[in-house]
Design a protein around this ligand. Structure first.
Ligand SMILES: [Zn+2]
Length: 564
């Protein structure tokens, strides 16, 4: 690869100059930059400290984290690449439900059935309107999924224009997990495109085993919803067409199907048999109503760049992302620490990104300047739904078509001496080979995704960029360890089960439980992430989607299927 070629050329130049120079110490042979364990430790300790109060989006703690990142970028001499220096401020509206305001009435002829809020249905706050009400006919549309690739069209033969769509929660078995997760996440857009004015998501007995109604109910009642705002002040993804939504318990759903032959039992049987339940107009209508209270805040993405050295390639940008926000204070847990400090999620990822940035700067000073431009973005509101990254994807501070790759850093679990890495997204683009090559330089191999069912490729910031057609890769420490007798997968799984999104994801608890944060493993992880960017920066061609992969088919060249 170009990396070696350039390395060789600089060596030749250096020796050439040394041979005829009277001051050889000025021309020391360039050594590749190496990640510093102590720098990772310093960044992580600051970002995961109580002082930052859990770095929740829109709080002073997150502002301090952002100011720290700005300071680091500036000290490194990186160029500002936000729209206000290093900052890109993202405007948000937050919404919370007015307690007990949601109503769900079913109209069948001149009969009206009132469903009980919380026991029969839940609702989430709206960022669009403080009072939201709709009355419209109901149309059942199966899972509400559409995909040419998988020959799915739950809307076939249905007219949902002006209707409230009733769709099943979850998704059919048998689809590749990442494709299924992607198709699941665009259900609302698909309904809007077809003219729906409301969505009722019907919980199923099958889904009860995956995520119980009680859990959804608990989340819904405490939920604070957040949307970023367009320059016109309109919440993203909501053009006002959807005027209502509800999450309906299957035990309360019978009145919806009173006028059709299709029964709930038929649907549950079809789901069990992995058939796609067919849609039908239900011949009843419903009124959905709820009230929300709004607040407006803003919160920063922090963005810097190192302009590439090659005049022909420097317009092309490799974008590193790491979210700087986390979950804020701990609520309702007696005796618990006060804050969710998010040491692994994602103080660790930001620390790795800052150290990666330093390595690029060091290399550039030593004549190993990356050919393409390298950009670093610490994005906000990941924990609120990838919102900072999504805002950047809609309002990029560099032409979006010039972003050739995204390397995302989110929650590297630096608690064991990993021997392999997993690269989410590797099967979908040429970046899979890049990761394998970069890892191999450090004696680490690339393993396949050990938990495909989690569909992690759709669960962090890079996904906002993937939806714009940008090939992305996201590395996690694999399940093998270099230490004899250490089961990396067991440590990872233990962390995920006990500490992920818990106040115990903090340095002292993790140190007590796992014997310390493994900054040495963090340095290896950083070296690999640096080399991934370095290889892309110098490659002859920009990365490409693999045409035979699912995302390759969705995003390569077919502009109609790019989803916004
Ligand atoms: Zn998280």
């Amino acid at each position: 690869m170009n990396l070696y070629r350039n390395g060789l050329i600089s060596l030749l130049i250096v020796f050439g100059v040394v041979a005829c120079s009277p001051a050889p110490e000025k021309f020391a042979v360039f050594e590749k930059p190496v990640a510093s364990e102590i720098a990772l430790e310093a960044h992580l300790e600051f970002l995961a400290s109580d002082l930052l109060e859990g770095r929740d989006t829109g709080t002073r703690g997150h502002e301090i984290a952002s100011a720290y990142i700005v300071s680091q970028f500036k000290a490194l001499g990186l160029e500002p690449a936000g729209n206000n220096g290093y900052y890109q401020r993202v405007p948000f509206r937050t919404a919370t439900l007015v307690a007990d305001s949601p109503k769900f009435h079913i109209h069948n002829g001149n009969k009206t059935i009132k469903l009980a809020y919380l026991d029969a249905f839940t609702a989430s706050p709206s960022t669009f309107a403080e009072k939201l009400e709709v009355t419209a006919p109901l149309v059942f549309a199966g899972y509400g999924m559409v995909s040419d690739q998988f020959n799915l069209d739950d809307y076939a033969g249905l007219d949902v224009d002006g209707a409230i769509v009733v769709m099943l929660s979850g998704r059919p078995d048998g689809l590749p997990s990442e494709a299924a997760a992607h198709l699941g996440r665009i259900k609302t857009e698909l309904a809007i495109e077809r003219g729906a004015v409301g969505i009722i998501t019907l919980h199923t007995p099958t889904q009860e085993a995956v995520r119980s109604y009680a859990v959804s109910r608990r989340y819904a009642t405490n939920a604070r919803r957040m949307s970023w705002l367009t320059p016109e002040g309109v919440p993203n993804g909501d053009n006002g067409q959807l005027r209502g939504g509800a999450f309906l318990h299957y035990e309360a759903a019978a009145p919806l199907f009173a006028n059709v032959e299709l029964t709930l039992d038929d649907i549950w049987q079809q789901i069990e048999a992995n058939e796609m339940p067919k849609g039908v107009a239900l011949g009843v209508s419903a009124t959905l109503y709820k009230e929300s209270v709004f607040a407006e805040i803003d919160s920063p993405n922090v963005i810097a760049k190192l302009t590439g050295s090659d005049p022909n390639l420097r317009d092309e940008v490799i974008l590193y992302t790491a979210h700087s926000d986390h979950l804020g204070p701990v609520n309702n847990k007696e005796g618990a620490p006060k804050f969710n400090n998010g040491a692994m999620d994602n103080a660790a990822g930001v620390a790795v990104m800052l150290e990666t940035a330093r390595m690029f700067v060091e290399a550039a000073k030593n004549g190993e300047h990356p050919e393409r431009t390298i950009m670093f973005a610490a994005v906000t509101a990941e924990e609120r739904g990838l919102l900072g990254a999504d805002y950047f994807a809609h309002y990029p501070t560099v032409a979006i078509e010039n972003i050739v790759a995204n390397v995302n850093l989110d929650m590297p679990v630096l608690l064991y001496n990993f021997a392999d890495v997993v690269a989410f997204g590797a099967e979908h683009s040429s970046l899979g080979d890049v990761v394998a090559e970069a890892a191999e330089m450090h004696g680490i191999k690339r393993s396949p995704d050990p938990m495909a069912e989690q569909a992690i490729f759709t669960r962090s910031d890079h996904y906002a960029l993937v939806k714009k057609g940008i090939p992305a890769v996201f590395l996690m420490t694999g399940f093998e360890s270099q230490n004899e007798g250490e089961d990396g997968g067991a440590v990872w799984g233990d962390f995920f089960a006990k500490h992920y999104h818990n106040h115990s994801d903090e340095i002292s608890t993790l140190t007590e439980e796992y014997g310390g944060i493994r900054y040495d493993a963090g340095a290896v992880f950083t070296n690999i992430n640096y080399d991934i960017g370095r290889i892309i920066a110098g490659a002859a061609e920009r990365p490409t989607w693999l045409v035979d992969s699912y995302f390759g088919q969705v995003f390569a060249g077919d502009e109609n299927s790019i989803r916004h």
